[in-house]
Design a protein around this ligand. Structure first.
Ligand code: DP6
Length: 312
């Protein structure tokens, strides 16, 4: 029996769209921060037949089962029980598939002695879910060509940031990221420009992180979020992941930054708002976001470590 833990990551330069080739290859590079407060814990044990449990319930999640089948084309993996649980809402735009596939490949790699290095684990996690590649590493990570395995960019301790997640709705999202991306690629007139601009913004964001330039990173991260949501909104049928509270929170965060508070927002395929700030601003930001009507819960966290085995 082997247990691994992984944390979700939040992209600051977003991935939204796949390249035409097989293997779940993104169409553009991305840059993320790995969180420490939220986690997925996954236990793998030898068994008579495969079984998957997600948050205690038996599951036949096709994404996981197909991924396991493709892993078995390369490695000899005996029947296993997989028991995976999140300490946060699943499928609500909090990156549960990222921490899920990262924890799963790390647990299987150790349990079945596949001998994969962290970068190779990242490549396998990416085949399950693009964003999962980045959860293999802590702190700041990138996912880029040519090999589309994530790389560490900066350690969590080298530039500590605080993240305040405002949960506005805990329901599952109506359209999954994979389906939404395909819809955007096929229907949004802005899609080609989005992909091209992301490549440029990715390089600018690398410089901002390396220089610890919060203000430059804030501008780039908010632009990446808003450009991605513009592509989502211009898809047909439209992909509107926000609710009224999401918009009120964006306005609140913009007002805070205008008044000198070092904070910016980032939003994925869901209605939750993630505020990223310098640690000294975390109390002010949390207090201010907590006052916005419709916020159900605030989760405060910092930057965390990459996926790892906790019990073998
Ligand atoms: C908006 O990694 O969930 O969070 O590869 O189809 O599983 P698949 O997509 P997924 O998409 C993440 C989209 C995003 C942006 C990001 O994390 O980069």
């Amino acid at each position: 029996m082997t247990t691994a833990i992984a944390h979700p990551n939040i992209a600051l330069i977003k991935y939204w769209g796949k390249a035409p080739e097989t293997g779940n290859v993104p169409a553009s590079p991305s840059l993320s921060i790995t969180l420490d407060g939220l986690s997925t814990t996954t236990t793998v044990m030898s068994a008579q037949a495969d079984q998957l449990r997600i948050n205690g319930e038996l599951s036949d999640d096709v994404k996981v089962l197909r991924w396991l089948a493709s892993l078995r084309e390369h490695f000899s993996i005996p029947p296993i029980h997989i028991d995976t649980a999140n300490n946060f809402p699943t499928g609500a735009g909090l990156a549960s598939s990222a921490s899920g596939f990262a924890a799963l490949i790390v647990a299987i790699n150790a349990h079945c002695q596949l001998g994969l290095a962290t970068e190779s684990c990242s490549g396998w996690a990416r085949q399950g879910s693009g964003s999962a590649a980045r959860s293999l590493f802590g702190g700041f990570a990138t996912l880029k060509p040519p090999n589309w395995q994530a790389s560490p960019l900066l350690d969590a301790k080298d530039w500590p940031l605080s993240i305040i997640i405002a949960i506005t709705d805990t329901g599952r999202k109506a359209v999954s990221s994979s389906a939404g991306m395909e819809r955007s690629r096929n229907t949004s007139p802005f899609y080609p420009a989005w992909i091209e601009q992301t490549k440029t913004m990715f390089h600018a964001a690398l410089d901002a992180v390396q220089a610890h330039d919060f203000s430059a990173l804030a501008t780039l991260a908010e632009r990446s979020t808003l450009n991605m949501h513009a592509v989502m909104l211009s898809s047909q049928p439209t992909l509107l992941y926000w609710n009224g509270t999401s918009i009120a929170l964006m306005q609140r965060i913009s007002a805070l930054r205008d008044s000198g508070v070092p904070v910016f927002f980032t939003i994925d395929a869901g209605p939750q708002i993630k505020a990223v700030c310098l640690p000294e601003a975390a109390d002010i930001v949390a207090k201010s976001l907590g006052e916005v009507a419709g916020v159900r819960q605030l989760v405060r966290t910092g930057l965390g470590a990459g996926a790892r085995v906790v019990d073998a």
